[in-house]
Design a protein around this ligand. Structure first.
Ligand code: FE
Ligand code: FE
Ligand code: ZN
Length: 294
């Protein structure tokens, strides 16, 4: 079966999408995910079309499909928050505009965190915000990410995401991104992934699934922590993650690694993607990564 796999890569203000494609290719990826700027802030530059065209060329030469590339909205937008609401809506509108200009069709978004607000109020803010953001004609789908349930995060159950989707006016441009670390931490049993997928299908509908984030977790099922671990080095483990990656129902869906850098410095993606392609666990991953970059 064919495998659509990549990782989080950088998107720099000068090299933009071209730099992202080059980085993804260096890992042996056939797709990737990027933030249009630093994930922690919302400063964003202009998209340069001449660079985008170069990126398209390189993608075509390497059989990378634009429809499989994912953008991730920054963490700090929070549609729940009353004070940040207008800012968040405005930022996401512009983010969709940037994606449209880049030809990217999927943006992953953390639904938000209710913090001091009453949960129902926070969720109705998310719905209101999403309907405002989707009031354009861009060919961009917002993919709500399944969350670990750390703190007051919204989206830790499939039911919560289904409730939001139910209230979106334009359902053709709303989807879900399933994160293996997050669902593990939220309490879903990846050991029985078929059952998890059945539940997803029953509650949300598999048609809404547009992206999978493949991460191991530093914590046990149900810990509500959200700390990613390298593939096969955490509480989920290599075999269970492989089952997710190679699940026949997920064949057409891009799989994106967001595992931690080794020593905070060296991206592990080339070596992790090799493990996945060969379906063979590398028990010397950390040293191999460090050796490769030194
Ligand atoms: Fe995320
Ligand atoms: Fe994720
Ligand atoms: Zn996470």
């Amino acid at each position: 079966m064919s495998l659509i796999i990549g990782s989080h890569v950088s998107f720099k203000s000068d090299t933009q999408l071209l730099g992202s494609v080059k980085e993804a290719l260096s890992y042996g990826s056939n797709t990737f995910m990027f933030y249009t700027g630093a994930p922690q802030n919302t400063r964003r530059g202009m998209i340069k079309d001449e660079v985008t065209i170069e990126a398209y060329k390189l993608m075509k030469e390497n059989d990378m499909k634009l429809e499989n590339v994912i953008c991730h909205a920054p963490y700090i937008v929070n549609l729940c928050n009353d004070e940040k609401f207008e800012f968040s809506v405005d930022f996401l509108k512009r983010e969709m505009e940037r994606c449209e200009q880049l030809g990217i069709t999927k943006v992953v978004l953390h639904p938000g965190a209710s913090v001091g607000l009453e949960r129902n109020h926070a969720i109705s803010n998310i719905i209101k915000g999403l309907n405002m953001i989707l009031g354009n004609n861009y060919n961009v789908t917002i993919c709500l990410e399944t969350m670990a349930g750390k703190g007051t995060e919204v989206g830790k159950t499939f039911e919560e995401l289904a409730y939001i989707i139910e209230h979106i006016n334009d359902k053709s441009r709303i989807g879900v991104c399933l994160d293996t670390c997050h669902i593990n931490d939220a309490g879903y049993d990846i050991e029985n992934f078929d059952k998890v997928l059945d539940e997803f299908d029953k509650v949300i509908g598999l048609d809404y699934l547009k992206c999978v984030h493949v991460n191991d977790s530093k914590n046990e099922k149900g810990a509500h922590k959200d700390r990613h671990e390298n593939i096969g080095y955490g509480c989920i483990g290599f075999d269970k993650l492989l089952k997710v990656i190679y699940h026949e129902k997920l064949e057409s869906i891009p799989k994106i690694l967001e595992t931690p850098y080794i020593d905070k410095e060296y991206p592990p993606y080339k070596q992790e993607i090799e493990m996945i392609k060969f379906k063979k666990f590398n028990d010397n991953l950390f040293n191999d990564v460090i050796d490769y970059y030194r």
